[in-house]
Ligand binder design. Structure first.
Ligand code: HEM
Length: 426
């Protein structure tokens, strides 16, 4: 076990910071400041009655994420203490997948995911993203106005993922709606989790019956021999872990670009590249704001805080980025201020290059279609979805000169363009 500094007896717990409140979505930085005032690790409520330690300090976060002897990713001891109907379980309950596994079991699950994604060629992925953007522009382009969250970023990710995993485009709307409800962790969470489960089960059944050139088929046939149930849980993890944060990465980046003179000419002449906006989001407004959940195997003193075993410890990527941004604004950018938004240690995001490609290509393709997009609402008046885990806009309305693409593509290999489009709209 790693030796950490002794517990500070001066440290006393104050009232937990309620990350489930609507106020957190409106102004997370006030909540992060309260947590930071408690020390490197603060005390919060993720849902009513569900408590967690929140790590807001970069050094403590890195120590924790690398120390697999002291900390485990397995939530089962904690789950025994949580009411079965708690809305938070959708995001945190144990499943037989990489995110909740330790040691050799984790390596085995993770390897299957790495191998499956390794076969996705960047140029193919780029083409899928472009087609997905074109499908969406064909829907809202003629209107001259759109909400880039619900009509672009979220359905774009759903179209791409639904396709990568092997279902026809017409199924992508279900995926988007179910994941959205589950992620918010509120009243609709259980309904969203159940619908997402049905989507994944139907996907596995379809691919078990007939393999294709898709991620699900690769997982089913992987030489490490996942059982069908294990495949279900790797798919459940990967679609969820990919769709929500990537959609939010895209919409948060677009919100920084639109109406910002530093980027404005990017849309036509390239003042600052889209990747800069994506990196700004990762550094200062990361979409997976609080996650990387771990549990002390035994009660332990860690960075001056007494950590009880089997209580969630959540890494606040959002707080760390926010404090780095403040340091930077004050001209004191610390040398180690590079972001930790992909996590760190054995569970760090295994799909970050594809995620970056999807984010930059989708924004570039959209701005090629609609180079004169203007925000309808100023950035500081935009609203954010509730939930302790994400930094996610509710809407990003824009207007632009109407565009009607001549041809509407399809991602589904066996659907004609027109029929697929009709199905997807239904
Ligand atoms: C193509 C899109 C993406 C896919 C398929 C994906 C997939 C995954 C998977 C499977 C894991 C679990 C790895 C493990 O436990 O070994 C993971 C972890 C993680 N991902 Fe991603 N991800 C995507 C995009 C993103 C984005 C956009 C972000 C945020 C910027 C992000 C942040 C993270 C973080 C912080 C972790 C670590 C969680 C932890 O420590 O428990 N991911 N991702």
């Amino acid at each position: 076990m790693t030796a950490y500094p002794a517990r500070s007896d001066a440290f006393t717990l104050t009232a937990p910071v309620r990350l489930w409140e609507d106020g957190f979505a409106a102004d997370p930085y006030a909540y992060y400041a309260t947590l930071r005032a408690q020390g490197p690790i603060g005390w919060a409520e993720l849902a009513p009655g569900v408590f967690a330690y929140i790590v807001t300090d970069r050094r403590a976060a890195l120590d924790l994420l690398h120390d697999t002897e002291t900390f485990s990713a397995d939530p089962r001891p904690w789950e025994k203490t949580v009411s079965e109907d708690s809305p938070i379980l959708g995001m945190m309950r144990w499943r037989a997948n990489a995110l909740f596994a330790d040691g050799a079991e984790h390596v085995r699950y993770r390897q299957t995911l790495l191998d499956a994604f390794d076969l996705v060629e960047p140029h193919e992925l780029r083409e899928r993203v472009h087609k997905a953007v074109d499908i969406l522009v064909s829907r809202f382009g003629p209107d001259g106005q759109a909400d880039l969250v619900t009509q672009f970023a979220r359905p774009m990710m759903a179209l791409v993922f639904n396709n990568l995993f092997g279902l026809p485009d017409s199924e992508s709307g279900r995926l988007d709606a179910a994941l959205g409800a589950m992620m918010e962790g509120g009243e609709r969470s259980a309904e969203g989790e159940a619908e997402y489960g049905r989507y994944v089960m139907e996907l596995i059944a379809a691919k078990t019956a007939r393999r294709g050139d898709d991620l699900t088929s690769r997982l089913l046939d992987h030489p490490l021999g996942l059982t069908p149930e294990e495949v279900v849980w790797q798919v459940f993890l990967t679609l969820g872990a990919g769709h929500e944060p990537s959609a939010n990465l895209i919409s948060n980046a677009l919100s920084r670009i639109l109406g910002n003179p530093a980027y404005y000419s990017t849309l036509t002449s390239g003042a600052r590249p889209v990747m800069d906006a994506v990196m700004e989001v990762l550094r200062y407004e990361t979409p997976l704001a609080n996650y990387g959940v771990h549990y002390a195997r035994e009660s332990v003193s860690f960075h001056g805080m007494w950590i009880q075993a089997a209580v969630p410890i959540v890494i606040s990527f959002g707080a760390m980025g926010h404090f780095a941004e403040k340091d930077f604004a004050g001209g004191h950018h610390p040398h180690d201020a590079s972001h930790v938004s992909w996590g760190a240690g054995p569970h760090a995001c295994p799909v970050k290059q594809p995620a970056l490609l999807i984010a930059t290509e989708s924004v570039e393709r959209l701005t090629q279609w609609l180079p004169d997009m203007e925000p309808v609402v100023a950035r500081d008046r935009l609203t954010w979805r509730p939930g302790p885990f994400h930094r996610s806009l509710t809407a990003l309305p824009v207007r632009f000169t109407p565009r009607t693409p001549d041809r509407v593509p399809s991602l589904s290999p066996d659907a004609s363009d027109a029929s697929d489009q009709a199905g997807d709209r239904a």
